[in-house]
Design a protein around this ligand. Sequence first.
Ligand code: GAP
Length: 525
Amino acid sequence: MANKDVTDPARMEKIVSLCKRRGFIFQAGEIYGGLNGVWDYGPLGVELKRNLKDFWWRKTVQERDDVLGMDGSILTMEQVLVSSGHVGGFSDPMCDCPLTKQRFRADQIEPFPPGVEYTFKGAINKITNRQTGLGFTVLIPNAHPNKFEAACNFARKFYQGVFGPNSEPHLLEDDGFECTSGPQEGSFYNPENGVKLSEPRQFNLMLQTNFGATGDQIAYLRPETAQSIFVQYKNVLDSSRVKLPFGIAQVGKSFRNEINPRNFTFRSREFEQMEIEYFCHPDDGMRLTDEWLKTRLKFYEEIGIPRDTLHILDVPDGERAFYSKKTYDIEYAFPFGVQELEGVAYRTDYDLGVHEKGAGKSLVYFDEETKEKFLPHVVEPSAGCDRTVLALICQAFDEETLTDDKGKEDVRTVLRFKPSMAPIKLGIFPLLKKNEEQVRISKEIQKKLQPWMNVFYDDAGAVGRRYRRQDEVGTPFCVTVDFDTLGESGDELKNTVTIRHRDSMEQERIAIDALLPWLLERVRG
Ligand code: GAP
């Protein structure tokens, strides 16, 4: 079971650096300074992400008789999100730091150590004689040797922000400040400097856009893929003539104006979700929630995220959404802590209920066998695609110390992806770049395999180094075309290649003709 308290920032730093160096993930707009909380996937990242999404789709839609797919629009009508509660309620309580202008989520602020709280009641700008009565409060920890001076320094910086960069703020004297012991009950402090934050204010997380010829129509970039599924539930039902229980699945982009995007791609402002809304009879909701939890855990095992790296949080009463009767969070032990990958939530008939009311159209289901009419309940397994990609990379990342024949040690960086997830399935190398026949056969193998999978031809440098480059991006197999392939050691090895396994580094010989079925058996997953 994942240990909640273990973090490893050094490991995370290496992973972020490898992601950039080898073309998995880049910050969006990096050459212009970067867009905070938004990421671009490079050539290898896009392959990894595509493998994950294709596998999810296969397991969730194609291999099941009871789940159908859809692809809803990103632009979402305001009325849809008014009914769902997002326009009025999809918000976080936020506090601002008056000094640094940082914004914090009130429910995530770390407590500040006890100390003395100084409240300043204003200052005067010595250059212009302008005076302000704006208050400023800072808490200085008891351990600080010079608390009053530290508080005055913070206050001067704050008033300089008020008067302007060339001002000389002079703090009001005599009755100009108060001190008391802190932290005060119900107050929030900047965890980095002790400055008292503003009262929490609700901050809506949705990204709004305007469109139409005059730009006067409002739409939102969807904050979750789920809503288009609820809104189209009746159309899918009527056009597909499915019966309960059945699910609708969708993979796609969602957008949230996260206040503190962080931990690499973990909390982003633009991200992809893989969601299933599973519609059922009200009597089956609880049982199906448990069943979906098991199904989803099996999925993670299949893509290479073992059960013992996952933690299941049975979200207690009072912490679940008010309409949810049961919610499990599936959490993964990232190097920055144990954090949510997916939620499996029993949402009752809340969603269909609010849309039925909002649109004024019946969404009732009629069971032809029992002649019962009811509003279906919903179980929702909702996974983050980017978070799962990040978990796959974190799980795969390994540094292995190797010792050669002379006792010299070397560290090999390997991404131990399951072959089904690996961005490149096979590296193809001619032993000698100058040997025309070896190059010709290597390129022939490449052309033969390309319609089936992503392979990579490489003839630069020593073979050992080419293996290492493939290890670092997680390629599970590499083949080398050598002199034996050309028949120089006799007919037995002619038209065979050496295949090298990434994890064991063992090598075996395989006929070129047998390569495709050999690989297909291993890379499909
Ligand atoms: N329809 C339910 C829903 O959207 P959620 O817990 O808000 O529930 C579901 O999101 C999943 O989407 C999360 O478990 C997470 O994997 C992913 N997710 C949510 N916000 C995210 C963000 N800012 N960045 C990356 N992934 C996010």
